[in-house]
Design a protein around this ligand. Sequence first.
Ligand code: NAD
Length: 250
Amino acid sequence: ALLLENKVAVISGAASARGIGLTTARKFAQQGAKVVILDLDAQAAADAAASIGPQHLGLACNVADKDACVKAAAAVFAAFGRIDILINNAGITQAIKTLEIDATSWDRILDVNLRGVLYLSQAVIPYMQEQRAGAIACMSSVSAQRGGGILGGAHYSAAKAGVLGLAKAMAREFGPDGIRVNCVTPGLILTDINAGKISEEKMVEIVGGIPLNRPGSVDDVAGAYLFLSSDLSSYITGAVIDVNGGMLIH
Ligand code: NAD
């Protein structure tokens, strides 16, 4: 049997062609889910959804905008009559030193990576409460755990660490409603977020510190999201799943 038969899954930040979100959307669809792709640009979201199949939906939604999140969740419910899975995947990074972080950079990075997880969860959870079931997976990063991953600044680490606390608190609060909330903490995954930004020399150095001896692929992360979204993880909530090839073993 398929792992997500008849499930409706909302995935934020899923229009980027080589990103973790779109690969996750494709994997979920292969497991029987109806997928809703949320991203900044309406056309890009619609095209991404269409590339997976006609039964899927793509909508514009800036996750840092509460009203946009509420409207998107309502549109999903209007289209499919339920919301079973939420993947809080949207995120941005910025390579910058701590002493250079000004209010604008701080707000931009925190708004998408952390506030966005709150707002989209707040928009979707009432539907899950009504169903008394739901699975939410949130994107954190190894950067949250080791104080800097590969690219992002301290504000990115802070935002991704904030996601861990937020997700654990939601897991505790909404467990009684049958809603599970978990996180993934990827290491270096090759996507547009880092494409061309890591020198060959640096790459060799990073991979040298990874026991599995390779950078991660978008598929590696999508597999963890699938596990956390399916009944395979039915008794797992408030957990943090490392997807880092052993880069950080703790
Ligand atoms: P990506 O840039 O391909 O994907 C990010 C997507 O989020 C894009 O489609 C972008 O348009 C969208 N987005 C940006 N701001 C948004 C907003 N305000 N509202 C809605 N959508 C928005 O990069 P990716 O590597 O696939 O990143 C996915 C997630 O994985 C991010 O949260 C990132 O921080 C996280 N992450 C990536 C790595 C890595 O090495 N690639 C490691 C750890 C965590």
